[in-house]
Design a protein around this ligand. Structure first.
Ligand SMILES: [Zn+2]
Length: 143
């Protein structure tokens, strides 16, 4: 009954799950962020993956690119909220739209910050792919 080989320790992690949980894009095991999305101390991103040791910031200033991703997310969200506000209220009052849009930007900014970086590393970084062999349990941990 103890014939469990090393291969069985490797369970491929689905991309969607790893993406939603903001896991490392290479091993899909290590966290990218040290604390919660809405934690009061702000979001701390790990420099390196705690599981496979990959450096998240591929080159100096790499996450500046995430600002463009974040910008695109903001535009998409604002259009969505503006259309929804119009459909729900039918109002033409500009202050209503300004209030709704500014409120949604503020509420969604931690989400945008986090997932712009996740999207950048998952979809927009050439040469960075999931390596299932790295998602195995660490040996020294013995877990
Ligand atoms: Zn990793």
């Amino acid at each position: 009954m103890n014939a469990i080989d090393n291969k069985s320790a490797i369970k491929p992690v689905p991309q969607f799950k790893a993406f939603v949980q903001a896991k490392c894009p290479r091993c899909r095991r290590g966290d990218m962020f040290a604390n919660g999305m809405y934690s009061l101390s702000g979001q701390n991103m790990y420099k390196k993956c705690p599981h496979c040791d990959m450096t998240y910031e591929r080159e100096p200033g790499y996450f500046y690119v995430a600002m463009f991703v974040s910008y695109a997310m903001n535009v998409a969200e604002m259009v969505t909220f503006a259309v929804l506000t119009h459909m729900i209220t039918g109002s033409m009052d500009p202050w209503l739209y300004i209030g709704v849009l500014f409120g949604s930007i503020i509420i969604l900014s931690p989400f945008n910050f986090r997932y712009s970086r996740v999207m950048l590393l998952y979809w927009l970084t050439p040469g960075l792919h999931y390596r299932p062999e790295l998602s195995a349990d660490k040996r020294e941990n013995g877990k």
